[in-house]
Design a protein around this ligand. Structure first.
Ligand code: 5AD
Ligand code: SF4
Length: 467
């Protein structure tokens, strides 16, 4: 895939805004105006939206959950599969319609979808009503673009960046659990995946900056941090400063924040040193998300995953034996180009072997520009759907089995908010990331409490506070 280094539409004059001074400079401009922000996709996008929120609120906008009330709509998009893209286009239709009656409405698109050159062409030619398009490497330019709102469509999208920005400000969604970027981008180039194209090359943040952020979050009362990277265990390799993910994890643990987790790990460079650190510290959650993608060596090779099933099993068993009560979850793709029944049966076999605590399953979706999109594929969509159904039944039976193991036990739960299951309930997560609905008062929110598990389903647990 080729993108020019910088594609900017229009000849606008660039101004630099000191983000720290944003509120003084621009706040009056948008005071009383409302923003509507919608986020698609992964945790990385969710965290980027916290940066977007900071900018919007610093400019003076306040949030609304009602599209029709908005003066600015920001869609933070995802490109991982076709259905994520379809959802964005569907929503854009509603925004376009709203603009007929609300001429001054600003429509802004950010995130992974706008990093794709053919999508940019589409937006330029068929979606002129979009005012601002900001790429994943250009997010910090969003406030300038809003302030300068040019008459023509403004596009700021770098194809790649070797930059790592520090001192980024966030309006965090939660005061209990925080996301922390430790690395950006991905160099793995799995053949099905668009991420290396939309998020760029792997770049790590310096350890001292991450540790400072964790310390500040602990000082402000946060109970949990999640270290974020497309491939966290490659952390530090690009810096060559003598530290790696195991070093970072250990230093984060020593700060003493009650709960630490990390996503996502690649099985390829998950080291023994990392496993030892996870096992050593009580505040590192015994939870590892370890995407396997397929149970067939033939498919793994075509996916450029760089491990065999035997190697995955060895790693899986090592983590299980060294980390007490660990939960391992995974991602699986069915219907990769020319996946045979035999390949698919091997995926079922590995699920039976690993009995994953949970698995996120997907039908393969060709992404323009990736190597797999050019591979011949004779498998019908109906076959892919049937495989997904069969896989989900199996995966769900193991989720249920793993949840049932907790029945009658008392586990620690970080209570994160009200429960959807009733006003007398709150909900939270075990240290193995299992969702628990708890009978109890809203005062529990923000605390880690002992909960007795009273019922187990495939996707959640019920519990009551243990006295
Ligand atoms: N089609 C289907 N699933 C995909 N994933 C990534 N790219 C694709 C694609 N083109 C899945 C992988 C990855 C998860 C985040 O999304 O399983 O681990
Ligand atoms: Fe995509 Fe593979 Fe990188 Fe994960 S490791 S983001 S699946 S290219």
């Amino acid at each position: 895939m080729h993108l020019p280094d910088l594609c900017v539409a229009g000849n606008r004059q660039r101004v630099t805004v000191d983000h720290i001074a944003l509120d003084q400079e621009y706040r009056p401009l948008f005071a009383g105006k409302k923003y509507f922000l919608r986020t698609y996709g992964c945790q990385m996008n969710v965290h980027d939206s916290e940066e977007i929120k900071y900018y919007l609120e610093a400019l003076g906008f306040t949030a609304t959950d009602t599209l029709e009330e908005a003066d600015i709509v920001v869609l933070n998009t995802c490109a991982i599969r076709e259905n994520a893209k379809d959802k964005v286009y569907g929503y854009l239709g509603r925004c376009k319609h709203l603009k007929y009656s609300k001429k001054n409405l600003i429509i802004c698109l950010c995130g992974c979808l706008v990093q794709e050159p053919h999508e940019i062409e589409e937006f330029k030619t068929k979606h002129q009503y979009i005012d601002i398009i900001v790429g994943t490497h250009n997010l910090k330019e969003l406030p300038e673009l809003i302030c300068q709102k040019a008459p023509e469509q403004a596009i700021e999208v770098y194809s790649n960046s070797d930059k790592v920005y520090e001192n980024v400000k966030y309006a965090r969604d939660s005061k209990i659990s925080a996301w922390i970027n430790i690395a950006y981008g991905c160099d793995k180039f799995c053949t099905y995946c668009i991420v290396p194209f939309t998020r760029g090359r792997e770049r790590s943040r310096k350890m001292e900056n991450i540790l400072q952020e964790v310390q500040e979050l602990k000082d402000s009362g946060y109970q949990e941090v999640t270290l974020l990277g497309q491939n966290v265990n490659a952390y530090g390799n690009d810096l060559a400063l003598g530290y790696n993910f195991a070093t970072l994890l250990e230093e984060v643990a020593k700060i003493g924040i009650p709960r630490i987790r990390f996503v996502t790990s690649h099985p390829w460079n998950f080291t023994d040193e990392m496993i030892d650190v996870i096992a050593k510290y009580d505040n590192i959650m015994p939870y590892v998300h370890l995407p396997i993608q397929s149970g067939s060596d033939n498919i793994l090779k075509k996916m450029n995953r760089r491990y065999t099933i035997e190697e995955y099993k060895t790693l899986f068993n090592k983590i299980k034996s060294k980390v007490k009560n660990v939960a391992i979850t995974t991602d699986i793709i069915v219907g990769f180009p020319n996946e045979t029944d035999e390949d698919f049966n091997k995926t079922l076999d590995i699920v039976k072997y690993c009995e994953f605590d949970n698995a996120f399953t997907f039908i393969y979706s060709p992404r323009v520009g990736t190597a797999a999109a050019r591979m011949p594929d004779k498998v019908s969509f109906e076959t892919k759907q049937a495989r997904l159904k069969k896989l989900n039944e199996l995966v769900n039976s193991y989720s249920l089995k793993s949840n049932q193991k907790l029945l009658g036990k008392t586990v620690k739960v970080l209570v994160t908010g009200p429960s959807e299951k009733g006003s007398n309930k709150v909900c939270g997560y075990t240290d193995t990331m299992k969702l628990v609905n708890i009978v109890g008062s809203q005062d529990l929110i923000g605390q880690i409490v002992d909960v007795e598990i009273t019922a187990a389903k495939s996707f959640s647990l019920d519990g009551k506070v243990s006295l």
